[in-house]
Design a protein around this ligand. Structure first.
Ligand code: NAP
Length: 279
């Protein structure tokens, strides 16, 4: 599993991590086994959120006894993101995850509380040792500009955003912004949530032929394409251990310039949309 620095001043983090949205809807034993298999295969970045029902409880079962090797991330809902509410939400997540700290804590999307209040809460959580760093999710470049004014250079660890082969909007402004300011980009729904290119489509056939040339799979090719830039990580969700194994192996796949050019053509970036797409 390749690793890279998480933002400007962060630790080395696995390129491919594990999402957990809807993991609580899967068979509990299978979900815990999938997470554990993923961790064993190097997907030590685990992403969750207050919003994901009981996913934090599933994770607690999977990470027991191996907390120190993980990069554990959770998120506060915007409706809780006041100064006091953020701290209370973090404490609830820590309890549910059965841990004493998060490696990164995110504002799930921008809501109505002033960014300064949420940032003040994040700073307080860092001072108390309850989080190691903080970031945001679903922030467009203009939101990031405002956040930078509040927090200052070097404070924002990451921006977690929608990014998959059929949705490349963040390449226009968000990725360039994050590269300039040392902010990690975390690609969520890297398989399009449930919209992965079908093998019978033109793009799907290309994925298959590139995969065959590398003795890999189409999904591994997709993950490798998405994480080709220096700031990008991906967090596919898998509730099956064999899926976790497959996804983790993408962290060692290197595509050629020709592969990347062909994928770029088959899944065009498209024009810059007015707003940032999100799920
Ligand atoms: P995704 O990772 O794009 O796709 C998940 C789907 O792909 C599941 O149906 C899963 O099936 C399947 N899958 C995974 N690996 C596979 C494999 N190797 N072969 C075949 N199928 C495979 O979707 P996502 O869950 O929306 O996104 C990933 C994570 O990003 C989330 O879980 C969450 O942590 C995060 N996220 C964040 C936000 C945000 O606003 N910040 C929004 C959406 C998502 P199985 O479950 O059966 O393995």
């Amino acid at each position: 599993m390749q690793t890279r620095k998480f933002g400007g001043g962060g630790p080395q983090v696995a390129l491919i991590g594990q999402g957990t949205w809807y993991l609580d809807r899967a068979d509990r034993k299978a979900a815990v086994a999938a997470l554990k298999r993923g961790i064993d295969a190097g997907m030590t970045h685990i992403d969750t959120a207050q919003m994901y029902g009981d996913a934090e409880l599933v994770i607690a079962d999977a990470i027991a006894g191996q907390r120190d090797k993980l990069f554990l991330v959770s998120k506060v809902l915007p409706s809780n993101a006041s100064r006091r509410g953020t701290i209370a939400a973090c404490e609830r997540s820590l309890k549910r995850l059965k841990t004493d700290r998060l490696d990164c804590y995110l504002l799930h999307w921008r809501g109505s509380y002033p960014l300064a209040d949420t940032v003040a809460a994040f700073d307080e959580l860092i001072a108390a040792g309850k989080i190691r760093s903080w970031g945001v999710s679903n922030f467009d470049a203009d939101d990031l500009d405002e956040l930078l004014d509040v927090a200052g250079e070097g404070a924002i660890a990451c921006n977690q955003v929608l990014y998959h082969l059929k949705e490349r909007a963040i390449e226009h402004a968000v990725i360039p912004w994050c590269e300039v300011h040392g902010v990690a980009v975390v690609a969520y729904s890297p398989f399009g949530h449930d919209d992965f290119p079908s093998p019978s489509s033109k793009g799907g056939a290309l994925l298959q032929s590139i995969a065959e040339a590398h003795k890999a799979t189409p999904r591994q090719v997709a993950l490798s394409f998405l994480t080709r830039g220096p700031a990008v990580f991906a967090i596919p969700k898998a509730s099956r251990a064999d899926h976790a194994d497959e996804n983790a192996a993408a962290g060692d796949l290197k595509l050629s310039d020709g592969d990347i050019a062909a994928l770029d053509k088959a899944f065009p970036r498209g024009p810059k949309p007015r707003g940032l797409p999100m799920l």
